[in-house]
Design a protein around this ligand. Structure first.
Ligand code: PSU
Ligand code: MN
Length: 332
């Protein structure tokens, strides 16, 4: 379906179009958003295609609908066909530019082929009323931020856009402590599932305490529901308060699911140190930095980081599906 539902030119798949309840302006089933930068810039072919197929299958098996988002010729495709997705995976960064939230208007105006990062998907997902979004890792504050000022726009998107991002924590290529501080400053709830410690993507432990620990998808869904609609104010109550002062503007929420112990990548820190010093030597900066670091770490760990990356994404997909389903039940 061609639409500009949320202000952007969109093409929704038939499967998703059939789920739109136009009258109540909501979905008839739980929907889980997925990004495409991890396909084009985060993982090599053919692992990227294998993984996105597996992730979509996990979501469908759990009774939800996956919504991968990618820009083709300046149009945002939501849940593209298998043929399109294969092209995205095969051509990767050769064809698809990395598009974050600030690039959306440029990408549409310039008829780009582009993959969407976490911040861009949060914006589109919010416009479509999708509240749960599964990825691997989010961007954050880079270790040398005092000099480079490199802070991912994923953090400002989390501060402003009411979408819940399910990830496996933050990679140790970033400054995990500074990223957690920034999320607190921006009033973004950060929940860790089943652990007292915030996870570091390839490993369960980061040395930083979990701001909040919850153990089940139902508990997370209850918090998410309250975060999005505190006190569930009725129209009647709002009318009694003409200033509208009680209406808050919730931002996003971050849910970190630690990688299963059996899938952790050992000795990743040595590889991270090597990757960071190479990036500094070669003056890799800006948008190119995160993909560069991921690729170097995969090489230095002989693919162990890649296998961990794939395992944690499958794990996040199953938790994200439970969360989207639990939220759907609460709201029905
Ligand atoms: N973290 C990963 N894999 C990824 C990314 C982050 O483990 O592929 C991608 C996501 O799309 C994220 C983006 O939104 O990198 C952040 O990029 P930057 O650091 O340039 O903001
Ligand atoms: Mn950056």
């Amino acid at each position: 379906m061609r639409t500009n539902w949320c202000g952007w030119p969109l093409c929704l798949s038939e499967a998703l179009t059939a789920l739109v309840d136009g009258r109540r302006r909501c979905w008839r089933a739980p929907v889980v958003a997925l990004e495409s930068t991890l396909i084009t810039h985060g993982l090599p072919y053919p692992e990227n295609l294998e993984l996105i197929d597996q992730v979509q299958a996990i979501i469908r098996r759990g009774g939800a609908y996956p919504a991968v988002m990618v820009i083709i010729n300046g149009v945002v495709w939501v849940d593209p066909s298998a043929t399109t997705l294969k092209r995205v995976a095969v051509e990767g960064a050769r064809t698809f530019l990395k598009c974050n939230r600030r690039d959306l208007s440029v990408a549409v105006a310039g008829s780009w082929n582009a993959s969407l990062t976490v911040s861009a998907v949060m914006e589109i997902a919010h416009g479509l009323g999708i509240r749960v979004f599964v990825t691997g890792g989010i961007g954050g504050v880079h270790r040398d931020f005092a000099r480079s000022h490199d802070v991912s726009t994923d953090l400002t998107a989390l501060a402003r856009i009411p979408v819940c991002v399910v990830c496996a924590g933050i990679k140790s290529v970033l400054d995990i402590g500074a990223t957690l501080e920034r999320l607190e400053t921006e009033s973004v709830p950060v929940v860790v599932v089943g652990s007292e410690e915030f996870p570091a993507f390839w490993c369960r432990r980061s040395g930083y305490a979990a701001p909040v620990r919850l153990d089940t998808a139902e508990q997370v869904a209850t918090v998410l529901r309250l975060h999005l609609h505190p006190l569930m104010t009725t129209t009647h109550e709002r009318k009694g308060n003409p200033s509208g002062a009680s209406e808050r503007m919730p931002g996003g929420m971050l849910v970190a699911v630690p990688i299963p112990a059996a899938d952790e990548c050992p000795d990743v820190e040595i590889a991270v140190q090597r990757a960071l010093s190479e990036a500094a030597q070669e003056s890799i900066r800006g948008k190119a930095l995160t993909p560069y670091l991921l690729e170097r770490v995969a090489t230095f760990t002989q693919g162990a980081s890649l296998r961990a990356n794939m395992a944690l994404l499958r794990h996040n997909a199953s938790f994200g599906t439970e969360l989207a389903s639990a939220l759907y039940r609460i709201e029905k």
